[in-house]
Write a protein that binds this ligand. Structure first.
Ligand code: SAM
Length: 214
């Protein structure tokens, strides 16, 4: 899978994308992440990407020409364009699963007051990571990329770990986990997990998984 991220701040991605699963996925060739600097598509000698809003008001708005040019520089018939926006559909694991099956995602990070409304016509999906406002679309793009890449077959060590996780069926929260030591400050590992009895362990884990909001 390829993920192209259109951003004014490509340097923000260096740390998170160089570590853990995202680094491994790229090293193994399972995910290719491409950062596209929106400034490269800016207008005029100052490479302008934003302008004042028609009708007045605070803040600057991203102009359509640079965003259209950036998307058109990488979009193919296999691409799906996702615009990050607080007004979008809230990201959920079902959507993440759908996105992880796609060959090429193009993520559009907004900034300032947001996008000129005409930019939304580029998008196949508009996605919010929650009902709060961040400064830019970079952190939402990192969240979406992390959630999607870890579902690509071969990225996680055991394929089952993604199947058993919270929200894998939309509503269930994963069972509790324990590791060594058996006893810590008066808190013990449940006996069933030490029993070696796989059926009983499975039953206990099912029983301890919770429905969201229950
Ligand atoms: N003026 C906009 C509003 O009130 O809805 C907020 C713009 S925000 C400061 C700038 C950019 O950050 C947005 O265009 C979007 O790309 C990104 N962003 C902020 N919060 C987000 C969220 N919860 N989910 C996804 N993207 C978000």
């Amino acid at each position: 899978m390829k993920i192209s991220i259109v951003t004014l701040f490509p340097d923000m991605f260096a740390g998170p994308f160089a570590m853990s699963m995202l680094a491994k996925a790229q090293e193994k060739g399972l995910a290719e992440i491409e950062l596209i600097d929106l400034r490269d598509f800016g207008i005029g000698p100052r490479r302008q990407v934003d302008d004042i809003p028609y009708g007045g008001g605070d803040g600057m708005v991203l102009r359509p020409e640079p965003l259209f040019a950036a998307v058109e520089s990488v979009r193919t018939s296999e691409s799906t364009v996702i615009l990050l926006s607080p007004q979008g559909d809230t990201l959920r694991q079902e959507l993440v699963q759908d996105f992880s099956q796609l060959p090429h995602l193009i993520l559009l990070c907004g900034h300032y007051e947001g996008f000129d409304e005409r930019i939304r016509t580029l998008a196949d999906h508009q996605i919010s990571i929650g009902d709060y406002v961040l400064t830019g679309g970079e952190l939402p793009a990192m969240v979406l990329t992390d959630a999607v890449v870890r579902l690509i077959p071969g990225v996680l060590g055991g394929e089952r770990s993604a199947l058993d996780e919270s929200f894998s069926d939309g509503v269930t929260l994963e069972h509790p986990h324990y590791t060594r030591p058996e006893e810590f400050r008066g808190m013990s590992v449940p006996d069933v997990l030490l029993s070696g009895h796989h059926q009983k362990i499975d039953d206990w884990r099912k029983q301890k998984s919770r429905r969201k909001n229950s």
